[in-house]
Design a protein around this ligand. Structure first.
Ligand SMILES: Cc1ncc(COP(=O)(O)O)c(C=O)c1O
Length: 431
């Protein structure tokens, strides 16, 4: 905890929050415990900059964990949301906007012929799994160590080693039975996938095609193709969780970037443009098994909420090819600059990046899986992240998360961030 914030508004709010919110927050990582400091209480934000309740100003690279690909409070998105709100905040009836959003997603992601909206990514992945189980008549799931698909009981399981492991609940309150049908293997380990597929009949192989919840760990050459082949041979569905990568790494997400087509896709974050919306979708023959077209039940009072749909449509409308080129070059400049800044201070790091995402791993070895991510120097990362925040740069406050460059980040933001990052690396080197 930095001494400077102990008598601040943030400190006072945090003390009150601890009485009424578990850990003082509504989602764990906001508490910033893994970097050893107290949470920031945000007051307002514009573009790439966020202001806290104490008037501190930050260049925001966390950007609400991914939805804000255009930065905060983009005028066109605000206009769309305001117009939608004036027409009614929720109807619980079908709207034109939902049809148009689904058509736009299908245009960008040909594998998503049909979709169903939900309010959160967790709900969307939970529902995609239900559909996969119904469609295959099987229960078992293959997931990867270090992958996060929301706080779904059956997916809150972690691996014991790099080899195939039966899921063990990673949270109290998750019944062992809920994870017993989940098999976990190491990311980028084709042999472990093949071995698990030889031993089990899966309903689904579920992955983040560019995992970003253990930090960003891209798939190695041929790995996604291998998953496609193994799923087909096994009779399992291949489910891509593109909650983070969808509409971010390319117009049609990671499936466009890699050319591997999943059976089902889970979407979130960018599709809701900063309001609560997510979705799952795929081929007609699968999606038509969802009620009321079919008998796989799934529903939601606020699903397809008109404000979220308006924000999502306005967000996608601004994402043309030029936008991805710009986002790619911002990400690249930041990644390259971070490598140079770290090396200048003699701090060993591995920077992984893809358009719109990057992670700076405090490690002297390439990180290709969860074991590698876990072996990073989390203490040094924590010290560096605290030093960044103290100087006005807001990184995702955990070694196991990705930075979220946006289209609001300018060259000037990148340059200022790199100067501050270099000073923070020097501070860590002197510890
Ligand atoms: C890949 C992935 N899937 C699913 C989720 C869950 O989404 P939500 O937090 O909207 O429930 C997340 C959240 O960060 C995610 O990163």
């Amino acid at each position: 905890m930095s001494a400077s914030i102990t008598d601040s508004k943030s400190a006072e709010l945090y003390a009150r929050a601890l009485n009424v919110l578990p850990g003082g927050v509504n989602s764990p990582v906001r508490a910033m415990r893994s970097i050893g400091r107290d949470p920031i209480f945000a007051e307002r934000a514009q573009g790439a900059e966020l202001f806290d309740v104490d008037g501190n100003r930050y260049i925001d690279w966390m950007c609400s964990w991914g939805p804000l690909i255009h930065g905060h409070a983009h005028p066109a998105i605000l206009d769309a949301v305001t117009a939608a709100a004036k027409a009614g905040t929720t109807f619980g009836a079908a709207t034109a906007g939902e049809v148009e959003l689904a058509e736009e997603v299908a245009r960008r992601m040909p594998a998503v012929e049909m979709l169903r909206m939900t309010s959160s990514g967790t709900e969307a992945s939970m529902s995609a799994i239900r559909l996969a189980r119904a469609a295959t008549g099987r229960d078992k799931l293959l997931k990867f160590a270090g992958a996060y698909h929301g706080h779904v009981d059956g997916l809150l399981a972690q691996a014991g080693s790099g080899l195939a492991t039966q899921g063990i609940p990673s949270s109290p309150g998750v019944p062992a039975a809920a994870t017993a049908a989940t098999v976990i293997v190491g990311w980028n380990d084709p042999d472990a996938v093949a071995k698990a597929c030889a031993e089990h009949e899966f309903a689904a192989i579920l992955c983040e095609p560019y995992p970003a919840n253990m930090g960003l760990v891209p798939p190695q050459e041929g790995f996604l193709e291998h998953l496609r082949e193994q799923a087909d041979a096994n009779g399992a569905l291949l489910v891509f969780d593109e909650v983070i990568t969808g509409f971010r790494v390319a117009p049609g997400g990671a499936q466009e970037l890699n050319g591997v087509s999943p059976d089902l896709t889970v979407m979130g974050k960018v599709i809701g443009g900063g309001l609560p919306a997510a979705a799952y979708g795929g081929r007609h023959d699968l999606m038509e098994q969802i009620a009321p077209a079919g008998d796989v039940y799934q529903a939601g009072t606020l699903s397809g909420n008109p404000l979220a749909v308006a924000a999502g449509r306005a967000t996608l409308a601004l994402l043309d090819e030029q936008a991805y080129l710009r986002l790619g070059s911002t990400t690249n400049a930041l990644a390259q600059g971070m490598r140079e800044a770290a090396s200048g201070a003699g701090i060993p790091v591995q920077v992984s990046d893809v358009t719109g995402l990057l992670t700076i791993f405090f490690s002297d070895r390439p990180v290709t899986d969860y074991e590698g991510a876990k072996s990073c120097d989390a203490e040094a990362f924590g010290a560096w992240a605290r030093a960044l925040l103290a100087r006005g740069v807001y990184p995702p406050p955990s070694q196991f998360e990705a930075w979220f460059p946006s289209l609001a980040h300018t060259q000037d933001h990148v340059e200022r961030t790199l100067e501050i990052a270099a000073a923070a690396f020097a501070e860590v080197a002197a510890l």
